[in-house]
Design a protein around this ligand. Structure first.
Ligand code: SF4
Length: 380
């Protein structure tokens, strides 16, 4: 029996954690974080650690199979399968048009530099608008809200060195992919611990007593789907107490007065009744966030699965913008790019450009295209 250990990286998601894989007789047995890696420091999540099981499960498909009339599957050669599939697709297009063919690319497709481009090129050759990926099921609201709201060319404040970080509905200690400004995907717990030791205050809004909530300065146990209420109340308090960056708003924010009028009904007491967070905690969160000089509110996949998710994402953008938490002229931009050429960053607004509903509409539920893709929710 031969046992070897290989250093590699997890391809399950965009965090690309450094891992060690024990291999016994050609089979992966164990995956663990590579503690010797200076960036990741041994971090992995459960998805990465279960990779051996995924690779070796007896239920896995190990050869090309074709469903028979009986419903059973029988092995078929790859070449024969490809020919039969091509013939079937041609028949479908001839009979029903290109839209009868859809392509779905999941997260693993993004971890293979060839797969994503080949899949897209193949799909374009069919001429169908029905192109789906995990992007439109994972965090579509963030993209839609950003496109309605606009962004800042120089980017938001980074996590490292910030005074505050507010995490809304994500739990990076357990599963990463937080938007920029939240804990980096490299050993996020160690990053949070180190920054908190330095003085960072961490606010977590989550209905669950999550792992990151257990480590937070303040946990706001918000009622599901009421994140917009909590955020509106915080924004109202920050503006009324002049904790926002008035000069930045005067120069870069449209419709400031109209917006603040909209959040006026969200008093701490009203918000507390509606979102389940005590009024004193809402005020404390607004004070911590508003009095900080650097640091942003971020979110993850969680609120995208919740009602009013576009509004939540929009209000996160508002909170960060009103407090001016963006890089200014002369500031260092964290991670400007490694494999791709660094693009120039400017201390200026990139105006709204709607990402939703530009292209064809879905036949099911009448949903619009998002960033050139059909919403995956229509497949359910
Ligand atoms: S966060 Fe989890 S799934 Fe993503 S790369 Fe790391 S171990 Fe893999």
């Amino acid at each position: 029996m031969s046992k070897t250990t290989h250093k590699t990286f997890c391809r399950f998601c965009h965090a690309y954690c450094a891992i060690e894989v024990d291999v016994e007789d050609g089979r992966p047995i164990t995956v663990r974080g590579d503690a010797s890696d200076p960036v990741y420091g041994g971090y992995t999540c459960i998805k990465g650690r279960q990779l051996p099981e995924q690779h070796t499960t007896p239920k896995g498909v190990r050869e090309t199979l074709k469903r028979q009339a009986s419903g059973d599957f029988e092995p078929i050669s790859v070449h024969t399968a490809m020919d039969e599939i091509a013939e079937k697709i041609q028949q479908l297009i001839a009979q029903y048009g290109p839209r009868s063919v859809a392509t779905y690319v999941g997260s693993f497709g993004y971890q293979n530099s060839a797969a994503i481009h080949v899949a897209k090129a193949w799909h374009q050759s069919v001429g169908s608008p029905s192109y789906y990926t995990s992007v439109t099921i994972d965090q579509p609201s963030r993209k839609i809200a950003q496109s309605q709201f606009g962004t800042w060319s120089g980017g938001t404040h980074a996590f490292t060195g910030a005074d505050v970080c507010m995490m809304i509905g994500n739990n990076p200690v357990v599963s990463m992919y937080t938007q920029f400004g939240g804990p980096p995907p490299f050993s996020p717990y160690a990053r949070i611990r180190d920054e908190m030791k330095r003085g960072m205050k961490v606010i977590v809004a989550d209905p669950r007593q999550s792992e990151v909530a257990n480590r937070a300065t303040l946990h706001l146990q918000v009622t599901p789907a009421e994140d917009p209420t909590l955020l509106s109340a915080m924004i109202r308090y920050i503006v009324r107490e002049n904790l926002h960056d008035a000069a930045f708003c005067a120069e870069h924010v449209d419709n400031f007065a109209e917006f603040t009028a909209l959040v006026e009904p969200f008093t701490p007491d009203y918000a507390a009744k509606r979102c389940g967070v005590p009024a004193a905690d809402i005020i404390q969160a607004a004070q911590i966030f508003g009095e900080a000089k650097r640091g942003v509110a971020v979110s993850g996949t969680g609120p995208n699965m919740s009602p009013r998710s576009i509004l939540t994402m929009h209000l996160i953008g508002v909170l960060n913008t009103l407090c001016g938490r963006v890089n200014r002229v002369g500031e260092r931009v964290a991670n400007p790019g490694v494999l791709q050429p660094a693009r120039p960053r400017y201390a200026e607004v990139i105006g709204p450009e709607h990402a939703y509903g530009k292209g064809p509409w879905s036949r099911v539920r009448g949903l619009g295209e998002i960033l050139g893709e059909m919403p995956t929710a229509t497949l359910s």
